[in-house]
Every structure is written in structure tokens, then in C-alpha cells.
Design a protein around this ligand. Structure first.
Ligand SMILES: NC(=O)c1ccc[n+]([C@@H]2O[C@H](COP(=O)([O-])OP(=O)(O)OC[C@H]3O[C@@H](n4cnc5c(N)ncnc54)[C@H](OP(=O)(O)O)[C@@H]3O)[C@@H](O)[C@H]2O)c1
Length: 265
């Protein structure tokens, strides 16, 4: 049995994606979602290894749950957050968001040597920094400049306040790693700066096409939605838990077909 934990967790699509993947592999595994408020995390973790073989972890536990890990994989260590726990003799922690964002972008362009702008400075933004800073020119744009600046210093990359969004026109790849757009109305920065030739990714996947992506499309940019990342990071978790997973494209198209009336509205 597997689960995703978070608070709130009602809107998570992880159970749907793992059910599709397990069925494709003819595996009779269960995957559920559990609402764990921050004050209940300690109690939950005391018995989690008895009930579950593995967990996905989402907001607000990705950083705090590291304290229950006996072994932290190097990517999770670098991001300082984990989204995948594997229970055995010890608790192993991984971060599959890094591969999720990297492969989502690689599906449409080779990021090597490109200028990559990451909007936000939370756990998802840190995963994106770790995914690209070694072989691309990465910059952070964040509403609270100090927070972005700290990440900039840590990884040796540029950081700007989001108010300097006009600089975004000089970037090849722009990734929204804030929750802005989930309401189907708001944008993290004025999207007029977007242009043809850019790749614009939104980590938000509900709605599937956020106002940012819709404007990017109108401007002629290539867009990448957050559902792709959700699927890729989820299947990377399965590889850690059970050593295999179906190809992400198959799971992505099945999930899209089953959910499109819900997530496109
Ligand atoms: N598709 C996927 O698989 C996937 C995976 C991971 C995360 N995500 C999504 O990515 C988003 C970010 O996750 P997270 O864990 O990094 O969250 P987080 O730790 O709460 O960070 C949120 C960031 O967004 C910024 N922000 C929030 N509201 C803003 C606004 N109105 N205007 C400008 N900036 C704003 C915050 O800026 P300040 O520093 O100024 O507060 C902060 O840097 C969430 O929507 C999450 O669901 C998707």
C-alpha cells in the first residue's frame, strides 16, 4: 500500500495516476491520499512504515519530513526537501521533482547552455534550480527578493525581485514554480513580456492550461503544463519503490483522457 500525504490533500491527482500505472503493470497495489495536518505528522510517522511500503509527500511536509529519514539521497539533500519515502529496514528519502521538471523541459528542448528563469523560491523552485544549474544559466525571480537571493548565493546563480520581470524576455526557458494560476485567473508576472521562441512551463496542473500558459501560447511560445511533471515525478517514485514503472507518455495520455473534464475547467 502507498499514499500521498499533505494538508490539504483533497485536490491531489496522485492516486489517479498511480492507479493507472499499477493497472498497466498488472500490479494489485493500493494508493490512497491521507490528509495529515502539521501537528499530526509525528503521530502519523510513528506507524506509517507498518501500513505503507512508500509515501509521496506534498505541501507542507516536504522539508520537515526529512527529520524522519535515515538515508537522504543526494538530490533531496541538495533541494533540502523530499517527495518520496521508501520504508524498509530504514526510511529512505528521495526527491523526484528534480527529474520531473528536467524531463518535462527536455521533452520540448535541450536545456544545456540555455538561459532558464525560475519564478518562486519555495521547494518546487529549489528542485528546478537543482535540475538545471549545472549545465544551464539559471536565475531566480521571486516576490520576496531576500528569499531568492539566499538561493542565488547557495547555488552561485543570479537572483532578481519578481518586479524586474521585464528581464524575462531575455530567457529561453521560463518556469513558474509558484501556486499563482491555480484560481484560473491570476498570473505570477505580466505575461506581455513572453515571446515566440521561448519555452514556458507552469508547475500548476489544475487548471491544465493556466492563464500564463494561455498567454504564452498566444504569443507563439512553446508551453509545458504541470501534469507532465506530476506524472514523471510519480513514476520515478514507483521506480524507487518497486523497481519499475510504465513509460510516462502512456500514463500521461491515459490520465489526461480520464481527467480532462475536471482539470481543464
Ligand atoms: N506539477 C508538479 O508535479 C509539481 C511538483 C511540485 C510543486 N508543484 C506546484 O508548484 C507550486 C509551488 O510549490 P512549492 O512547494 O514550492 O510552494 P511554496 O514552498 O509554498 O513556495 C511558493 C513560492 O511561490 C511564491 N508565491 C506565492 N504566492 C505568490 C504570488 N501571489 N505572487 C508571486 N509569488 C508568489 C512564494 O513567494 P514568496 O517567497 O514571496 O512568499 C514562494 O516563493 C505549487 O502550486 C505546487 O502545487 C507542482
Amino acid at each position: 500500500m502507498f499514499a500521498v500525504i499533505g494538508h490539504p490533500i483533497k485536490h491531489s491527482l496522485s492516486p489517479e495516476l498511480h492507479k493507472i500505472a499499477f493497472k498497466m503493470m498488472n500490479l494489485d497495489y493500493c494508493y490512497t491520499k491521507v490528509d495529515v495536518p502539521p501537528e499530526k505528522l509525528d503521530t502519523f510517522m510513528k506507524s506509517a512504515n507498518i501500513i505503507f511500503k512508500g509515501l509521496n509527500v506534498t505541501i507542507p511536509h516536504k522539508e520537515k519530513i526529512l527529520r524522519y529519514c535515515n538515508r537522504v539521497d543526494p538530490l533531496a539533500e541538495e533541494v533540502k526537501a523530499t517527495n518520496t519515502l521508501k520504508f524498509g529496514d530504514i526510511v529512505e528519502c528521495y526527491n523526484t521533482d528534480v527529474k520531473g521538471v528536467r524531463l518535462s523541459i527536455e521533452d520540448v528542448t535541450d536545456p544545456k547552455g540555455k538561459r532558464v528563469a525560475i519564478i518562486g523560491a519555495g521547494g518546487a523552485a529549489r528542485a528546478a534550480v537543482v535540475a538545471f544549474y549545472r549545465d544551464a544559466e539559471v536565475a531566480i525571480f521571486n516576490r520576496t527578493y531576500e528569499k531568492g537571493k539566499r538561493i542565488g548565493e547557495e547555488f552561485g546563480i543570479k537572483a532578481y525581485p519578481l518586479s524586474e520581470y521585464e528581464k524575462l524576455k531575455d530567457y529561453d526557458i521560463i518556469i513558474n514554480a509558484t501556486p499563482v494560476g491555480m484560481d484560473g485567473k491570476s498570473v505570477p508576472f505580466p505575461p506581455e513580456v513572453l515571446r515566440k521562441g521561448q519555452v514556458v512551463m507552469d508547475m500548476v496542473y489544475r487548471p491544465l492550461y493556466t492563464p500564463l500558459l494561455l498567454t504564452a501560447m498566444r504569443k507563439g511560445a512553446t508551453v509545458v503544463n504541470g501534469l507532465k511533471m506530476l506524472v514523471i515525478q510519480g513514476l520515478e517514485s514507483e521506480k524507487i519503490w518497486i523497481g519499475k514503472a510504465p513509460t510516462w507518455r502512456h500514463v500521461y495520455s491515459k490520465l489526461l483522457a480520464s481527467l480532462s473534464p475536471i482539470i481543464t475547467s
